[in-house]
Ligand binder design. Sequence first.
Ligand code: NAI
Length: 480
Amino acid sequence: MVKICCIGAGYVGGPTMAVIAHKCPKIEVVVVDISVPRITAWNSDQLPIYEPGLDDVVKQCRGRNLFFSTDVEKHVAEADIIFVSVNTPTKTRGLGAGKAADLTYWESAARMIADVSKSDKIVVEKSTVPVKTAEAIEKILTHNSKGINYQILSNPEFLAEGTAIDDLFAPDRVLIGGRETPGGQKAIQALKSVYAHWVPEDRIITTNLWSAELSKLAANAFLAQRISSVNAMSALCEATGADVAEVSHAVGMDTRIGHKFLNASVGFGGSCFQKDILNLVYICECNGLPEVANYWKQVIKINDYQKTRFVNRVVSSMFNTVSGKKIAVLGFAFKKDTGDTRETPAIDVCKGLLGDNARLSIYDPQVNEDQMQRDLTMNKFDWDHPIHLQPMSPTSVKQVTMVWDAYEATKDAHGICVLTEWDEFKTLDYQRIFDNMQKPAFVFDGRNIVDSEKLRNIGFIVYSIGKPLDPWLKDMPAVA
Ligand code: NAI
């Protein structure tokens, strides 16, 4: 029986391994992690991450051919194929601080593999890593090899949170990069035969190692660039009276462009886009390509601009101050159908409003108060470390309360900011909400999901991103 071990039981390691175990009943899959609470949660009824469909998949295989364990060394030693899906945060100090990927966790995983292995291994990069990381890993392993043969493969993960299980069941493509040697090709075939249990052969593409590593960074940069492109247009739409939804629709009908990923919003978030682009920028700079680096940097700058622009709209609409005013924040996760808050635009928007002394009442169906407080008090980039190693601020943000109900959040509020596109926010009883708010009552829709005409008829002043401005907002000072 082939044995797979995955180091790192996070948003990627957990779901990907659960799907491999589900689709390959004859393969034993063990997911290991240094975080005891994470593994305990994977072995309980309350999984550590929320992802539609994940519970079912885990329940069907856990204890059969899917196991979660903190006994990292034992399972690594026994495995034939080792996936490494550990954190790859942005460096916060030293060379490349603020841009380069911090490979501390990856390197320690590689050294541990070298220490405990007694048989040949295929080591698979599942984490997103800088180009040429495989070479560094190869060096660590071969310099400590004790005669063991290691093959390194790059198999970046393209799942999107919120649809991870569907994405894993029917991926657009599976990418496997490896050495062009006979040993490298054999390893590629071994991994390919795992995916071939359910992925059609023409969707499994194989490349050299560097192409696979770079393709992941490139794919995320292209995706984020689309969002920044449409968000840049949204600012121009507001200035000219065009409607960004109409512009996106017209542009997206060109089959070369396509409709997907063209919704204007308060900005992109999630653990990957910003981190991966910063990483790409750093690699370009290191390779003497400042023009290319600056091109991609702009994608992040527009994203930051969009969040600042949103906060400025809120403050300027409300008589240029939100000091002491209650603002309801609907949605904190970086997108719907996930509880993940890493790099969520809600953090910057909330910090911006708190900077103007607002009182915030936040509701998100999947995010708890502890997580929100951590996010609002943590330093930039500190979130991307194993949870027990994250530095915690001793103080909490006092002007923030978290509630478990949208009606409670909006009661007596002066304004509402919709920051996540949860479906339930589309069907709230906005008349009831209006009746219980201070007047004038404002809605700032950072995801363009509310029916703005209906809300205007109720009496709200509404701001939707990239849409023709409400007369009230037109008279307010310009933004940023
Ligand atoms: P995560 O933070 O949810 O999980 C990483 C896990 O690795 C943590 O539970 C941590 O305790 C564990 N870990 C760290 N060092 C370890 C070690 N030496 N031994 C054992 N366990 C260790 O991170 P996530 O989101 O799963 O991301 C993992 C990698 O996958 C990152 O490189 C990320 O950029 C990439 N990625 C993430 C995607 C996402 O949607 N979250 C999608 C595609 C790639």
